[in-house]
Design a protein around this ligand. Structure first.
Ligand SMILES: COc1ccc(OC)c(-c2cc(C(C)=O)n3cccnc23)c1
Length: 121
């Protein structure tokens, strides 16, 4: 039988794509969907040395750049922390990032991942 493209993916890639979809659902305004543009965020690229966003994470999954779940989680945290660094507390972006980080990490605990058959070692 011919496997669908998704079924040919490595187990880690399929897990990360599932986790990414769940995280993206918690960003309804799509503030984290694409790289932040300096035209809308003055000085962003000088303040934030390592930008990260969901589209870049997706590309890294497709390019098999993540060798572990922890590397994926690190990029998710980087994305949220960048937003909490650049945007002042009380702004819509700072609040969205704080909320997304909290909700996201709750989804990424071993207790939540074990049922997905994740190999946590
Ligand atoms: C208002 O609509 C959008 C649409 C896309 C955005 O980033 C991809 C953002 C955005 C996202 C951010 C972040 C995440 O810091 N940001 C900061 C300052 C100004 N704009 C943004 C806002």
């Amino acid at each position: 039988c011919v496997l669908k493209a998704s079924q040919k993916r490595r187990p880690l890639s399929r897990l990360l794509e599932q986790l990414l979809r769940n995280l993206e659902k918690r960003d309804p305004n799509q503030f984290f969907a694409w790289p932040v543009n300096d035209n809308f965020a003055p000085g962003y690229s000088t303040i934030i040395r390592r930008p990260m966003d969901f589209s870049t994470i997706k590309q890294k999954i497709d390019d098999n750049e993540y060798k572990s779940l922890n590397c994926f989680i690190s990029d998710f945290k980087l994305m949220c922390n960048n937003a909490m660094k650049y945007n002042k507390p009380g702004t819509v972006y700072h609040k969205a990032a704080k909320r997304l980080l909290h909700i996201g990490l709750r989804q990424l605990t071993p207790q939540k991942l074990r049922p997905l058959g994740a190999i946590l070692t």
